[in-house]
Design a protein. Structure first.
Length: 192
């Protein structure tokens, strides 16, 4: 078909939405198909797809993975943004920025990188200090269980989080002494 005719047809095309019970929902494909080619999979009113990305960009290369409305992908980036011939990568686990293998954010064109574990923003040095097994691998999520201990969060491997930052035990003790904070006011609850 001639490209002029394709452009004319696209002008008259409309975005297509599929609803069930007043919620975006389609069990057999995308619930939204944009006239310019983008697609979104929705299930019961939330972005959701188990067998691929829930959002496919207009370019057909940029994608986002969601499960039950949360950005999530095991062992691979949950967001791939294609720009200038490269992919920017964003890793998420159950809606939180997270990557045990390296940076959770890698913007290749700018060189910007961020390290995150279970939603905690870490410096590169803090990430490098996380506990590792004999092979040099950071322990899996099952091994970095975070539990509450008098307002502090600690794993089985002496992994502490204080005001959203990973610190070691000496730093936590020093912080408590210097700032005279009651332990109950420090830390955030983390669910995994």
């Amino acid at each position: 078909m001639n490209s002029i005719f394709k452009k004319i047809i696209n002008i008259f095309k409309k975005n297509n939405y599929v609803y069930k019970d007043k919620k975006l929902h389609n069990e057999n494909g995308p619930a939204i198909v944009y006239k310019d080619g983008g697609e979104e999979w929705w299930f019961n009113g939330v972005r959701h797809r188990l067998d691929g990305p829930a959002v496919i960009g207009v370019d057909g290369k940029s994608c986002e993975w969601y499960i039950n409305g949360e950005r999530h992908r095991d062992d691979d980036p949950a967001i791939l943004l294609y720009t200038n011939g490269n992919y920017d990568e964003y890793y998420y686990f159950k809606g939180k920025k997270h990557n045990l293998k390296g940076p959770a954010v890698s913007e290749w064109n700018s060189g910007h990188k961020e390290w995150w574990v279970l939603g905690f923003d870490l410096s590169k040095n803090e990430f490098d200090l996380l506990p590792r097994n004999d092979k040099g691998e950071i322990h899996s999520l099952e091994e970095i269980k975070i539990s509450k201990l008098d307002g502090l969060f600690m794993s089985n491997f002496v992994f502490y989080a204080l005001n959203g930052k990973v610190v070691d035990k000496v730093d936590v003790d020093k912080y408590i002494l210097e700032n005279q904070f009651p332990i109950s006011k420090i830390g955030k609850k983390v669910k995994i």
